[in-house]
Design a protein around this ligand. Structure first.
Ligand code: 4AD
Ligand code: MG
Length: 479
């Protein structure tokens, strides 16, 4: 018999042939003479119905077909009389691969809260919601590689362990093999990292950008796509301690080219999901609408998930400077101003409430902010003539806030060195980075897209912990 997955079977026209399916039981309904088993193998949001005539099976087998059990069914593929499905399987034999005690199985056939599902992250991929999210996450990862490959970029594998702090924010996880209780000390009495595994202080990378820039100074167009780590103690619905970042870096690009690339890239990815994940998105759209309906009217999203995705793809992003944005925020109606927990002044970093006000209330579309004050941005950004701003860009999305951060890079050695000294970076930590400005320096630009923030936007979920299989957050590294 033909062994295939449920997605293929549901689309197949092999009516009348004998097929084999394997999967996990979602539900079993029993009437007097027949049992209806809803089977799912994760290949699609849809279940396949397996119909078993009770008379054909010994009691033990059907008793063990319970929610959560894994089974293999062989039978005839027939047209389904029931509504909601085109085909079903008339079971001839059923093998129980693994039983699951229905009293104890944590995933009861009912709706569970997302909070509860986080506590059973080992089982939540078996739910409709997480199955859909994980398939979309996969499709987006594939689309990212496809976009870059089709556009002449090379995938550069940046290191996970590094001695550099690319963002200069000091939010790093130390990597060491030294005995924490009894580390070797140098003559001055401080920890002697020369005796550590790498002979120096090292940490998990916060960004692959610095190495990405080295790649761009040879291959012209590169991107990194890997895990990044930040020990920032922000317990929010938008932050993870371990998240995946996509960082393209392009020689000869300026800030305008960078914005162009970011907008085209994001639209391509959203479009890819719309065309390749239609079933999963339809399911999540219904879920999104239900969740929004629970909210107070003024907090509700104006568009449904699918409408929002289609809108973003079809309309140009708004582009303005940080300075213009601050003016809008200051001028915003007093009632709205009162909404802000943090005050806005030129020179302060925008909080996510400000970003979301601009996107959701003022422009009602994605926004790209540029030319931020130098002192709130990283050392590597290209300095503007005005002496107080840099060629930074942040892309802000509805429901998310910042989804991309990037910039044109400072390619002038002297100007870069001045910033390195100003912010107190040790030259010996990034001497290799600085050398690219001495040997054939070139204008270049790039950005970082937070992968989970993209998945959050596309799936319409509300918490970043729910769009990565096994989230890492403060006080939580289970699974
Ligand atoms: O703005 P960030 O810190 O920029 C960089 O790391 C640059 N090196 C990127 C570059 O120019 N190559 O981070 C980039 C993006 C953010 O816009 C956000 O989407 C995401 O990474 N991000 C996080 N996502 C989840 N959890 C966190 N703790 C994140 N911190 C940043
Ligand atoms: Mg940023």
């Amino acid at each position: 018999s033909q062994k295939t997955n449920i997605k293929a079977l549901l689309a197949s026209d092999a009516i009348g042939s004998t097929v084999t399916v394997r999967g996990w039981v979602r539900t079993k309904r029993e009437s007097k003479n027949v049992a209806f088993i809803a089977l799912n193998d994760g290949s699609t949001i849809h279940n396949l119905q397996v119909v078993a005539d009770t008379a054909k099976f010994d009691e033990n087998t059907l008793r063990n077909v319970t929610t959560g059990a894994c089974i293999c069914a062989v039978g005839l593929l027939v047209e389904s009389a029931g509504s909601g499905q085109r085909v079903e399987i008339q079971a001839e034999s059923i093998e129980i691969y693994g039983v699951s005690d229905p009293e104890k199985y944590p995933l009861q056939p009912k709706e569970h809260s997302l909070e509860f599902l986080r506590e059973i992250a080992h089982l939540r991929p078996r739910t409709n919601t997480f199955g859909a999210i994980l398939r979309i996450r996969h499709a987006l990862a594939y689309a990212i590689h496809k976009y870059f490959n089709d556009n002449g970029f090379y995938y550069l594998h940046s290191p996970i362990i590094t001695g550099a702090d690319a963002e200069g924010a000091g939010e790093m996880f130390r990597v060491t093999t030294l005995d924490a209780k009894n580390p070797p000390l140098d003559e001055t009495g401080s920890v002697d990292f020369k005796q550590d595994f790498f002979g120096r202080k090292t940490n998990l990378t916060v960004s692959g950008q610095l190495q990405g820039e080295l790649g761009a100074m040879a291959l012209s167009k590169v991107y990194t796509f890997g895990p990044t780590f930040r020990a920032e103690n922000s317990n929010t619905a938008r932050h993870l301690a371990e998240f995946w970042m996509i960082e393209p870096e392009v020689a000869f690009n300026d800030l305008d080219d960078n914005m162009e690339l970011a907008e085209d890239f994001l639209k391509y990815l959203i479009n890819y999901a719309l065309t390749h994940c239609a079933d999963d998105l339809a399911f999540l759209d219904a879920r999104f609408r239900k969740e929004e309906d629970k909210k107070k009217k003024e907090e509700r999203a104006e568009l449904g998930l699918l409408d929002r995705l289609n809108f973003v793809v079809a309309n140009p992003f708004e582009r303005l400077t940080y300075t213009e944005a601050v003016e809008i925020l200051i001028k915003s109606k007093p009632a709205q101003k009162k909404q802000f927990q943090y005050e806005v002044n030129w020179g302060t970093d925008l909080q996510s409430e400000h970003e979301r006000y601009l996107v959701e209330k003022h422009f009602k579309k994605p926004v790209i902010l540029t030319n931020y004050p130098t002192h709130i941005k990283a050392f590597y950004m290209k300095q503007n003539e005005d002496g107080k701003t840099v060629r930074a860009m942040d892309v802000l999305f509805p429901g998310i806030g910042e989804i991309i951060g990037g910039s044109q890079r400072e390619e002038n050695y002297e100007k870069l060195m001045a910033r390195v000294k100003e912010v107190g970076i040790h030259e010996e930590e990034i001497w290799w980075y600085l050398e690219t400005r001495k040997y054939g320096t070139a204008p270049h630009a790039g950005f970082g897209l937070g992968f989970e923030r993209l998945v959050l936007f596309v799936t319409g979920m509300g918490n970043i912990r729910d769009v990565i299989p096994f989230p890492r957050t403060p006080q939580n590294a289970d699974f």
